[in-house]
Design a protein around this ligand. Structure first.
Ligand SMILES: NC(=O)CC[C@H](N)C(=O)O
Length: 361
């Protein structure tokens, strides 16, 4: 008898070793990241997903709060070949079921062949395969989580200032659809004040800030379920520079007449190659997404593509001041090739343009 079961939507039930107890469900996905498990486990984009690590040994560096991207663990469960006791303790404290001694190669190849799939998890001394199957039956598809933004966004607006007590000449209105802390940090470190707004902020909420940039964050689920953020982009584009990361890119594309689609198993890892179409340069990027921009629409140009599958990694409209990335330029975890994105975003603001003129003189 095992004490941990994973019931897959394809009908199979896998056994493992129970490390942290509980029953749950979610969309089964995998990351190939070999570093940054604290960042991944606290990335709000993993809400409602069961995260399998393809790297076999997770937890070697302990549990470091300074590496966390939010205040809690977001995947509903964690699976690895081997989890350290320290990571297991953290997950157990957070009430997040954890399983190891699983053949993660089998899980990963199943997801690779059949796509991200719903699964049910049951961990504990007296659980049965039937418990995991019950969880699976109750599991909704990712697109059915129509108000997933509410689960991960701030309840009310808050501001993070570059310098406490004084106002920066760059005010960013950041729509928090489940933002990673290091995205806010990346903007603040570059001198911007960041107003973190709820995912369903209104046009009036944004207008009252008179922002220099409208920034749509990363986040979980289907971009089609973020109607309020889409409406903000549609309203402000052309008057205010617009930027977005990951879910943000998808929302911006949808707002400007483009379309998104679900990928088979997505991109999750820290070595996804991306080519810039103008320079030809390839950079290594961190990624975590299951949807992609299938159609950029009439106003956006695809400026960067994924080398593996040609999906859109960067969108731009220079005249309208729109700049987005599908990958995670904040690189937490991951290679830092792409941090310049934040400089490029801030260069779209009036203050940024003034700085460029001074630098050019
Ligand atoms: N990291 C993200 O922002 C993920 C975006 C979206 N939820 C997707 O899976 O494609």
């Amino acid at each position: 008898m095992s004490d941990a079961y994973i019931a897959l939507a394809d009908g199979r039930v896998l056994e493992g070793r129970g490390r942290a107890p509980g029953r749950t469900r979610g969309e089964l996905v995998f990351t190939t990241a070999y570093t940054g498990y604290e960042e991944s486990l606290t990335d709000p984009s993993y809400e409602e997903q069961v995260l399998t690590f393809s790297y076999p040994l997770i937890g070697n560096y302990g549990v470091r709060t300074e590496r966390m991207e939010s205040e809690r663990v977001h995947p509903t469960a964690a699976i690895a070949r081997e989890l350290t006791d320290e990571v297991v303790e953290w997950l157990a404290d957070e009430g997040v079921p954890a399983i190891d001694h699983v053949d993660t190669r089998e899980l990963v190849t199943s997801v690779r062949e059949e796509g991200a799939m719903r699964c049910g998890i049951a961990v504990g001394d007296d659980v049965t395969p039937e418990d995991a199957r019950e969880e699976l039956e109750a599991c909704e598809g990712m697109s059915d989580h129509v108000d997933i933004g509410k689960q991960v966004s701030v309840d009310r607006a808050r501001v993070v200032r570059a310098e406490s007590g004084s106002e920066s000449d760059t005010q960013v209105a950041l729509v928090d659809c489940g933002v990673k802390g290091s995205i806010v940090d990346s903007l603040v470190e570059r001198g911007a004040d960041v107003h973190v707004l709820p995912y369903d902020a209104s046009i009036e909420d944004v207008a009252s800030l008179d922002p220099d940039v409208l920034f749509v964050s990363n986040g979980p689920g289907d971009p089609a379920n973020f109607e309020a953020a889409r409406a903000l982009v549609e309203y402000f584009v052309g008057d205010v520079p617009v930027a977005g990361i990951c879910l943000g890119q998808q929302i911006v594309a949808r707002a400007l007449g483009g379309d998104t689609e679900k990928m088979t198993f997505g991109h999750r890892g820290v070595n996804q190659p991306v080519r810039d179409l103008e320079s030809g340069q390839v950079v290594m990027t961190t990624q975590n997404h299951g949807y992609s921009v299938a159609e950029p629409g009439p106003k956006l140009t695809v400026t960067q593509v994924n080398v593996n599958d040609d999906t859109a990694e960067g969108l731009e409209n220079e005249e309208l001041d729109v700049l987005t990335r599908q990958y995670h330029p904040e690189a937490n975890p991951g290679p830092e090739d792409t941090l310049g994105f934040f400089d490029d975003v801030l260069a779209m603001t009036d203050a940024g343009a003034r700085r460029t003129v001074v630098a050019d003189d």
